[in-house]
Design a protein around this ligand. Sequence first.
Ligand code: SAM
Length: 240
Amino acid sequence: MTPYYEREGITIYHADCRDVLPALASVDVVITDPPYSEHVHSKSRRGADLTDGISRERSLGFDAITPDVMQFVSAEFARLARRWVLVFSNVELATDWRLALEVGGLEYIRTGAWVKLDSTPQFTGDRPAMGFETVTIAHCKGRKKWNGGGTQGVWSYPIVLNRSHKEPRLHTTQKPLDLMLRLVRLFTNENETILDPFCGSGTTLRAAKDLGRKAIGIEANEADCETAAKRLAQGVLSLA
Ligand SMILES: C[S@@+](CC[C@H](N)C(=O)[O-])C[C@H]1O[C@@H](n2cnc3c(N)ncnc32)[C@H](O)[C@@H]1O
């Protein structure tokens, strides 16, 4: 398959990741942020309940993940990854990801959390607002090593807002670049290859490039591929 973008060790494919993953040989680490569960997508469509802080828009612009896709990509992650596999999700989906990754053949290690600073309060005031997302952390069987010593898997960073001057908002569910830089530093080493098969606007790829890692991104939406390619063509954005 011809890449949409290929430069300085970063490759992007414009495709459904299920068509590309079987053709890949191996990667070092998977760090990915797939679509959320229907629970989050339907809330966003209604537009009335903005408590998850994920989006103020009526639609996220892509479909919710399905159990079939979770099982398929989990088996591919187990086949491809030499080390860590990190999967972002809404909290309600974390156990399903753990199970899918284990069935795929990976060892479940821990559930981390991104504490979403400045996320939307519960406007109705009748229940607590949701203020974090989970990161299901798995590893292939064998020795584990990360760069965080004994520190906790809890990472607090502000969400990317439309009004942010520091970081332009390029995607409805964009991850903060500083968060992805932190995860890339913690879970990968220089020159390793990171796979993000749901790469959206390319935040993982951008962090990989800024830190001297190689990366493969896959994205089904062509406009997002274009955004990611433009982002990668810019100079180093942040080394926070
Ligand atoms: C949660 S977003 C990722 C956002 C990204 N982390 C960022 O910072 O921009 C998930 C992305 O996966 C894409 N996607 C959904 N299903 C896909 C599939 N089967 N193959 C490839 N990309 C897919 C969506 O178009 C969406 O851009």
